[in-house]
Design a binder for this molecule. Structure first.
Ligand SMILES: Nc1ncnc2c1ncn2[C@@H]1O[C@H](COP(=O)(O)OP(=O)(O)OP(=O)(O)O)[C@@H](O)[C@H]1O
Ligand SMILES: [Mg+2]
Length: 241
């Protein structure tokens, strides 16, 4: 894996002439896990799409780039908010899809291993329609982990999971993605309090940085300082108009 760059995004986004967000400015530190927390509709997914080069019909007047000057294309894995699994492929084939499109052979073992790590060993040959919402989300997570990119953008990656699976998948992702530049969108204050080495709070007024407790991530979900930070973040979210 090449060195993980810092990311920078600043500017204003519009869709059909209507504002989506901004003007705003954010920085994502190199090789660290940053959570982007904010209410529904504020523009979090749009930020991830712009950074991954999939702005679609959103017009953006600023910069969305790596700060090392090299293009981000080819260095980013995006786990989108909807799982985007191919309905005609089973779980293993969905996880290996990127590798197969790039003509890389022999990745099946790694894919099967990752499906085991996300708790789906017994479901590896099911197609998406035969999986639950949380199982589909774990296939999408395995596909993202399979990509092995220095920059990883996660859009509500654990939102469909029960509390226990969510904590397990948070631990797994934090372990496997350590040292990469991760931007993780969530609207869950508990999740940001557990995982964020940096936490950015996005409201219509812009982006502010919140200082998390010291120490390694993932933080214990029941440690007093984790819970206090979760409460602080939730309080900030409640005060958004
Ligand atoms: N292609 C588009 N055309 C028109 N409006 C758009 C487009 N993309 C996003 N928007 C609008 O921009 C705003 C931000 O959308 P976005 O999906 O980024 O929000 P979000 O913060 O990810 O919300 P959520 O937490 O609900 O996923 C919304 O009001 C949405 O309707
Ligand atoms: Mg979104």
């Amino acid at each position: 894996m090449s060195a993980a760059p810092a990311l920078r995004l600043s500017g204003r986004a519009t869709a059909g002439g209507a504002p989506v967000f901004g003007p705003l400015s954010l920085e994502v530190r190199a090789g660290e896990w940053t959570c982007l927390l904010g209410p529904s509709g504020v523009g979090k997914s749009t930020i991830l799409r712009l950074l991954s080069g999939l702005g679609g019909d959103v017009a953006f007047d600023g910069v969305a780039a790596a700060d090392d000057g090299a293009p981000l294309a080819g260095r980013v894995a995006l786990m989108a908010q909807s799982d985007l699994l191919m309905p005609w492929l089973d779980a293993v084939a969905n996880v290996t899809l990127g590798a197969r499109l790039r003509g890389e052979a022999g990745r099946r073992d790694r894919a099967t291993g990752l499906l085991g790590r996300v708790g789906l060993a017994a479901h590896a040959h099911k197609r998406p329609h035969a999986l639950s919402g949380g199982q589909r989300q774990r296939v999408a997570l395995a596909r993202t982990l399979m990509e092995d990119r220095p920059v990883v953008l996660l859009d509500e990656p654990f939102s469909a999971l029960d509390a226990r699976s969510r904590a397990l998948m948070q631990d797994l992702a934090a372990g496997l993605l350590g040292g990469r530049t991760v931007l993780h969108v969530t609207h869950d204050a508990a999740e940001a309090a557990r995982l964020g080495q940096n936490v950015l709070l996005m409201t219509r007024a812009g982006i502010t940085s919140e200082t998390p407790p010291a120490g390694p991530v993932p933080r214990p979900f029941d440690a007093p300082e984790t819970l206090a930070f979760q409460g602080h973040l939730q309080r900030q979210l409640m005060e958004v108009e």
